[in-house]
Ligand binder design. Structure first.
Ligand code: ADP
Length: 273
């Protein structure tokens, strides 16, 4: 099987919770400054939902995602995934970053295949999995292309295919479309909605783009700056696919922007020296 099929019963703990971050605080201490990046942040992500974290640059979005992914194990509070403490990175949680972390010496197919090879999946099983993933992200025709031959949007689709190939239980995406031009970004937002819907994926998605958060999120977590806190969680009960031109998307985006504006007018100093 190549992709994460929707679970018959929700995975994880109470009410299908996959990710539970409870009272998370994170302080970065260097010789010159002491930054409280996250202050008592709690957040749950349930199976098959897309949760977007939005907030101004520096409000702690990546810090929170890194804790959830197991990249940063040094924090105060409790972080669990499927009921187990998060102590490091794990196959169940695939991470996609803004900069595609692809191997330039491998072609598209081999890049997508890489994680499966590492896991010891036999060659005969790998081929259909890779085929299925490439079809899912509309890259079947480019399977022999090398990374330098691809556009930015195609590279991100390869990243997505590679992440999904190892059947993660959750995708964690940190500003994956931020470096792309507007049209490509719109296309990939549509594509992610379609892929996530078809396979029942659970996604935690970090962005500073309000409209993107509203287009993608079943819920949007609005963070405030200095130190990072959850200001409000907004349900987005709109049908899919959502596009940037939808009036309802614009209305919700205005609501999120208003929250962010209020939060920045109340912002505390970011650094305690
Ligand atoms: P965002 O993703 O919302 O832009 P970050 O999570 O990257 O914000 O950063 C939150 C705060 O923590 C910022 O003030 C940033 O300068 C600080 N920070 C992040 N990483 C480090 C680090 N490795 N060392 C010191 N400070 C850091």
């Amino acid at each position: 099987m190549a992709i994460v099929e929707p679970a018959a019963t929700p995975r994880g703990g109470a009410a299908g919770t996959l990710l539970a971050l409870t009272n998370i605080s994170k302080r970065f201490q260097t010789e010159r400054q002491d930054t409280l990046a996250l202050d008592d942040v709690s957040l749950e992500v349930r199976a098959r939902e897309i949760v977007c974290i939005v907030g101004p640059s520096g409000c702690g979005k990546s810090t929170l995602l890194n804790i959830a992914a197991g990249i940063d194990p040094h924090f105060a509070g409790t972080a669990t995934f499927e009921g187990q403490p998060i102590t490091g990175m794990a196959r169940e949680r695939a991470v996609v970053f803004q900069e595609p972390a692809l191997f330039p010496w491998l072609n598209v197919r081999a890049n997508v295949e890489f994680g499966l090879k590492l896991r010891g999946v036999p060659k005969a099983d790998r081929t259909p999995i890779v085929d299925q993933q490439l079809a899912l992200v509309n890259l079947s025709k480019f399977d022999r292309a090398y990374i330098h031959e691809l556009s930015g949007g195609m590279k991100q689709r390869v990243q997505l295919a590679r992440a999904l190939a190892v059947e993660p239980h959750m995708l964690m995406m940190d500003e994956p479309f931020a470096a792309l031009d507007a049209q490509t970004r719109d296309d990939l937002q549509l594509e992610l909605q379609s892929v996530a819907g078809r396979i029942g994926a659970t996604v935690l998605f970090v962005t500073h783009n309000v409209r993107e958060a509203v287009i993608l999120g079943d819920r949007v977590v609005v963070m405030s700056r200095g130190p990072g806190r959850v200001r409000r969680v907004i349900d987005i009960p709109l049908s899919r696919p959502r596009t940037p031109d939808d009036h309802d998307v614009a209305d919700f985006a205005a609501m999120v922007r208003a929250e962010l504006q209020e939060s920045s007018s109340e912002a505390e100093p970011r650094y305690a020296i």
